[in-house]
Design a protein around this ligand. Structure first.
Ligand SMILES: *[C@@H]1O[C@H](CO)[C@@H](O)[C@H](O)[C@H]1NC(C)=O
Ligand SMILES: *[C@@H]1O[C@H](CO)[C@@H](O)[C@H](O)[C@H]1NC(C)=O
Length: 394
């Protein structure tokens, strides 16, 4: 048989092999023959109109004041029973005990598992599945729950609308090590190959989450891996969690997508799906844009100008106060001067006009002149004016 014949036979065998397999047995990948652009051929839901992940455009997200903080239930009560962690060839999965759950959604949800998505080559573009205004984070943690009020188990819930609730946590890199993530990362070397499983010491799952569980994005979407069922109520937290670059590199370099018995080792990297079209879906936010969004340069300029105007206003007020104080001091001083030339009785009790070296007529004329002068002087000076004229002293 010639080379072409062998090639044709291999192609034929590949299609027969994929056709014979149940969907869950098809070995999908992120790139290659059954890469993400081909997923919908084998898993029709992946071609649906409410797929995840998505890019969150914050200016188009809609504030919904009815979105209350999500409350993890029992996340911190691990009861010292070890967690099961395994490498499924696509990610690292940590199974969660059924007493862990989620409150704050229209139904009660029960925890099932959590897993991660990441890129390659440290803190370089890509890694997270969701993006915010087109920007990705370095990795993303998903905590998966099923609707235990409406459905008996995960497999029944995962095909139904409102069947699942997933918490999405964006992970960025920084200087500091995040000790909570070492509860996972320290044991990755036990599950380097696909299908390997290990028991790991139980730990506080809530310590993996951001502190602020009140500010998040909410939308209806899907599983981000085949079979991509459109059954997920997504909660993507606004606050990101931080791990160190060394921690990210452990995630990116330690695991293989290939099985231990396979001759070629394939690093498990870039296991994130591209963002999917929103298709008229609305992303809701639990926080108003004013308090939540980062400031644009225009807003920064406006704030700087506002602060400067405020400072000028304050300076004017301070000047006014200083002048007022000076006015009262002058008043006191003049009172003392007048006091020394008349009897203290006259000044204090004012029961007859203090002797003035002017007639009533000239006084009225002076007042008129003053009125005219006042109109052309500033407010602060207006107040100050009487202190300089003797008739303000009784
Ligand atoms: C899940 O619930 C469905 C419906 O009650 C049932 O048929 C199925 O066997 C259950 N699956 C598991 C894994 O328990
Ligand atoms: C999700 O879909 C349900 C049912 O269609 C709808 O009631 C709900 O408002 C949607 N939620 C979001 C966040 O869009």
């Amino acid at each position: 048989m010639d080379t072409l014949g062998v090639f044709m036979l291999l192609i034929l065998l590949f299609f027969q092999w994929t056709a014979a397999l149940a969907p869950e047995e098809i070995t999908w990948t992120y790139t290659g023959l059954v890469g993400q652009s081909e997923w919908s051929e084998y898993f029709p839901d992946c071609g649906g109109t409410s797929q995840s992940p998505v890019d969150v455009i914050t200016t188009q997200a809609k504030y919904d004041p009815s979105l209350i903080p999500v409350t993890p239930l029992g996340y911190s009560q691990h009861r010292n029973q070890p967690f099961t962690m395994y490498n499924n060839g696509h990610t690292v999965v940590i199974e969660l005990p059924e007493w862990m759950g989620l409150e704050g959604l229209p139904w009660l949800f029960t925890a099932v598992q959590m897993h991660l998505h990441w890129g390659n080559d440290g803190p370089s573009p890509g890694g997270s599945e969701h993006t915010i205004n087109g920007l990705s984070a370095d990795a993303e943690l998903h905590v998966v729950h099923y609707n235990s009020e409406l459905y008996p188990n995960m497999s029944a819930a995962m095909t139904q609308k409102d069947g699942l609730a997933v918490l999405g946590i964006l992970i960025v890199t920084g200087e500091e090590t995040n000790p909570a993530f070492n509860n996972i990362l320290n044991y990755l070397s036990r599950i380097r190959h696909a299908d390997q499983k290990a028991f790991i010491p139980a730990f506080d799952v809530q310590s993996l989450l951001p502190e602020d569980l009140g500010r998040y994005y909410r939308y209806n979407g899907s599983l981000t891996t085949p079979p991509c069922h459109q059954s997920v109520i997504w909660t993507l937290f606004h606050e990101r969690v931080q791990i160190s670059v060394a921690q990210l590199l452990k995630l990116e370099k330690l695991l293989y997508s290939s099985k231990a018995e396979e001759p070629y080792r394939m690093l498990l990297q870039d296991n994130y799906r591209a963002t999917q079209p929103l298709n008229h879906r609305v992303i809701f936010t639990s926080f108003s844009a004013e308090s939540g969004k980062e400031l644009s340069s225009g807003e920064v300029t406006a704030i700087v100008i506002g602060v400067m105007c405020g400072c000028v206003g304050l300076a004017v007020i301070v000047r006014f106060i200083v002048k007022t104080i000076r006015f009262f001091k002058l008043l006191q001083f003049e009172a003392v001067v007048v006091n020394s030339s008349t009897s203290s009785w006259d000044v204090l009790h004012n029961n007859r006009p203090a002797p003035m070296p002017r007639t009533n007529d000239s006084e009225k004329e002076k007042e008129k002149k003053q009125d005219m002068a006042m109109n052309s002087t500033s407010e602060a000076e207006k107040k100050e004016e009487p202190s300089l004229s003797p008739q303000s002293v009784p």
